[in-house]
Design a protein around this ligand. Structure first.
Ligand SMILES: Cc1cc2nc3c(=O)[nH]c(=O)nc-3n(C[C@H](O)[C@H](O)[C@H](O)COP(=O)(O)OP(=O)(O)OC[C@H]3O[C@@H](n4cnc5c(N)ncnc54)[C@H](O)[C@@H]3O)c2cc1C
Length: 497
């Protein structure tokens, strides 16, 4: 049970190494800690969940619109069930708000029964088509012209950051080593595999590639050319909590062949999201927003909930989906090589993460890996960031026991010194302002750190038992400055989540 960010790596050979500590890599590592194995997971970043996993639309999908019979359909369905139960057990905020898939013209209206039938084939049996009166009764702030909707009651919103952190925390407490700031530069396949990282050599008998946008690079180094990742950017806008009463459900458009489209959705923190775009790029680091993308979202949003556009935008951000040539996940076990690729986890990986992890363990077992008997993991309880249960500042008994929970640092999000202290000393501690924001919401509110930024930075510098990462402006998370993107490709007419 070690988390390292600097220094040389252990010389012993691991049984299993997972490259990538996003939501998928962390879920796989957590699942593997059930077995008596020497395991590590590693990431190029200084934190877990710092890639695509930190920048999505945070929907716990039912998989009603997946390709029936695909691996993704099965794993999203199973993953939703597993993650909903896990969230309840470990304090991950989830709000079961349900979704309305709104038809705005006759063609879209005609598509609703087909989508309902597709939902049935995806084992989602509780959808139904409703008329315009019921649509407006359910969503009074919806723009004019809605002709009907498909209701998908099982869709929820979830906290994506706490999810990855919960998996990583349980994995580390379960005995896995976590090596951060540890980019893998070269892999040579063998027995054991040898990984050349920026922090030296690491050896492992079994290798799992959960490297997200770079999974194809790693795959090629191991002799496989099954797929190529095309980063598909999704830009989003975050509206202030004052906008929350405008939206009751996740408002989805009718999907087209080009994607799932732009949605409006509440978040578990009380904000409202508008997005995402869907732009196929070549640059795997292009996580900035563009003026064109934001204008596109504004136009779409004005149609869906016009009053939303009069509300304050507190942040914009963008994430990159690891799209490939195929409309399905690219999860392959190469038994002879003792290697598993977990690639192409595009738009549903948060939801499917626990089922992907279980699937990887099954593949390893089928490949003849002797994992032994699984054990039950000790449960974790994560700090609560949602708005439907009391936060620490609202709990007098907690403040009486520890007054630090009553001393607010971030007033917009009501984050106390006690929560910041806990995040800096957690099993997987925050090492940066961004890490603190994801663990506590400090600086994530309407002032975006204008008032509390200096105080939070001071706590990071003085109260952190680990060396904080150098403070650099974040180009890719909520709160990033809006900047024009001159060389961006044209936006698709329909975007997708
Ligand atoms: C705009 C958008 C909206 C989305 N909405 C939803 C949604 O509502 N619901 C849902 O379920 N899913 C959603 N998704 C999808 C979901 O976010 C992803 O499927 C998921 O985060 C993928 O997780 P991952 O762990 O595979 O990838 P990542 O989070 O990218 O993790 C991969 C990690 O590997 C590391 N890495 C890469 N190369 C190396 C290397 N050489 N050495 C060491 N480390 C390396 C990276 O640093 C990274 O941290 C959305 C995605 C986007 C972009």
């Amino acid at each position: 049970m070690t988390v390292t960010t600097t220094g040389v790596l252990p010389d012993e050979v691991y049984d299993v190494v997972v490259v990538g500590a996003g939501v998928v890599g962390a879920a796989i590592t957590r699942e593997l800690t059930r077995y008596d194995l020497r395991i590590a997971f590693m990431d190029a970043a200084d934190d877990v969940g710092d890639g695509t996993s930190k920048a999505n639309t945070a929907i716990l999908h039912t998989g009603f619109d997946a390709v029936p019979g695909s691996l993704e359909s099965r794993l999203v369905r199973e993953g939703q069930r597993r993650l909903a139960a896990y969230a309840e057990e470990s304090g991950i905020p989830v709000e079961p708000v349900g979704a309305l898939l709104v038809a705005w013209d006759d063609e879209q209206l005609a598509a609703l029964p087909r989508l309902m039938e597709k939902a049935e084939r995806n084992h989602c049996h509780d959808t139904r088509v409703i008329g315009p009166e019921e649509v407006y009764r359910r969503e009074p702030a919806l723009g004019p012209g809605a002709l009907g909707a498909l209701t998908v009651p099982g869709e929820s919103v979830i906290c994506p950051w706490t999810t990855t952190l919960a998996y990583a925390t349980q994995a580390v407490r379960g005995g896995a080593d976590l090596h951060l700031n540890c980019r893998v530069e070269r892999v040579s396949s063998g027995s054991p595999h040898e990984l050349t990282t920026v922090r030296g050599r690491l050896r492992t008998h079994v290798l799992i590639n959960a490297a997200g946008l770079y999974a194809d690079d790693l795959d090629r180094q191991l002799g496989h050319t099954d797929f190529t990742v095309t980063p598909r950017r999704g830009q989003l806008m975050v509206f202030d909590t004052f906008a929350r009463d405008l939206v009751r459900h996740i408002l989805l458009p009718v999907p087209t062949a080009l994607g799932k489209g732009v949605l409006v959705a509440p978040t578990v923190y009380g904000n409202v999201l508008l997005g995402p775009t869907a732009e196929d790029l070549t640059d795997r680091t292009a996580t900035h927003s563009s003026a064109e993308g934001l204008a596109f979202l504004r136009a779409k949003g004005r149609r869906i909930v016009p009053a939303l556009l009069d509300e304050e935008v507190t942040a914009v951000y963008a994430g990159l989906r690891a799209a490939t040539e195929e409309d399905d996940y690219r999860i392959r076990c190469h038994p002879g090589q003792r290697y598993v690729t977990v690639g192409g986890i595009r738009s549903t990986g948060l939801t499917a993460s626990m089922a992907i992890a279980a699937h990887v363990v099954e593949l390893l077992t089928e490949a003849g890996e002797e994992l032994g008997e699984p054990r039950t993991l000790d449960p974790v309880t994560m700090p609560y960031l949602g708005r439907t249960s009391p936060r620490p500042y609202e709990r007098p008994e907690l403040i009486a026991a520890d007054p630090e929970y009553g001393r607010l640092v971030c007033h917009c999000e009501r984050v106390s010194r006690g929560e910041i202290r806990d995040a800096l000393t957690a099993t997987v501690p925050a090492r940066s302002l961004e890490g603190l924001r994801r663990r506590t919401r400090a600086r994530a509110g309407r002032c975006q750190g204008f008032h509390c930024g200096a105080a939070v930075l001071a706590l990071l510098s003085t109260d952190s038992p680990v060396t904080p990462s150098p403070v650099t402006p974040s180009p890719d998370t909520t709160g990033a400055p809006v900047r024009s993107d001159g060389g961006a490709p044209p936006l698709r007419p329909e975007a997708g989540s």
